[in-house]
Design a protein around this ligand. Sequence first.
Ligand code: NAD
Ligand code: UDP
Length: 326
Amino acid sequence: MPGDDHHKIDMTRTLRVLVTGGAGFLGSHLCRSLVRQRHDVLCLDNFYTGDKRNIIDLLNEPNFELIRHDIVNPIFLEVDHIFNLACPASPMHYQFNPVKTIKTSVMGAINVLGLAKRVKARVLQASTSEVYGDPQVHPQPEDYWGHVNPVGIRSCYDEGKRCAETLFFDYHRQNKVDIKVARIFNTYGPNMASNDGRVVSNFIIQALRDKPVTIYGDGTQTRSFCYVDDLILGLEKLMVSPDGITGPINLGNPVEFQVKELADMIIKITGSKSRIKQLPLPSDDPLQRQPDISQAKTQLEWEPVVSLEEGIENTVAYFQALLTAE
Ligand code: NAD
Ligand code: UDP
């Protein structure tokens, strides 16, 4: 919609913005971007998978505050916007304490929605492509209801996020809460936790150490990888989109790669001597994943611009510095 001012990020008005999960991978980039836009940023985190080092440079900024809090418990604050990102995101971390994962998704959603209702804030949910499970429709549009195992090892995350979406839409219908729901597809970049077992961080660290690069299964399963800067802009655009736009809306990079292609690219970029090592495919691991981003393109005028090669180069530089400092 050319000329529609709603699509531009409002740099003039200072907003009080709460970012739950603000010390995590995506949260730290979002906090930094909002601080630079001169908003008053409240970063809430229980440091379950987050790290103070991700936001250390922001601690001295007058428009940044850090609150240690578990979103499973209610919180009372005066804010205009809430980005609800609190939830472990990597399979290894969300499966470590699955009951806690589902509590974080469901009770966290209830608590941010209750807060939004009380103070009339706008609230954005970081949902996920996992709501589509192991999809039987490809690429995945938002009106696909998914193919999710309700009792498997990924269910604590997938069903927790699905229930959170339900809560968002029920609070919207029942209480007129101003909601935005983003379905985020695999995102990577600096500040990913080195120990969270995600494919991009695992492969880069293994390659930089000349250790075997661990491919689960035969490596023909696909993912579509979005660089963090692109994703953060998508979240910000969704947050300031017109009232009628609630989502759910897919945010991700539609360029699809096989996991073995990613491994080859990372070995090449790092100049590594690593060899491929095949390990068993974990259960319920989706075979293919690719977002249909037509809605984000038309409603938000958003699409990713960073290629996988460029994004991987930036991420390699980040992990190289991290490993050198160890
Ligand atoms: P992350 O694990 O790096 O960040 C999550 C943050 O939430 C961490 O700082 C963690 O300490 C915090 N947290 C966890 N439980 C909490 C609780 N009970 N109370 C308060 N804080 C808590 O993960 P991420 O990749 O930055 O993901 C952020 C959000 O985006 C998550 O909700 C995730 O489900 C969603 N998402 C991410 C991706 C991706 O590829 N990175 C894809 C889809 C969805
Ligand atoms: N994967 C892999 N080797 C690893 C880590 C992950 O082959 O060391 C695979 C994993 O089985 C999955 C894909 O890479 O098919 C993406 O995994 P990740 O944990 O990053 O995210 P998700 O499965 O949630 O998309």
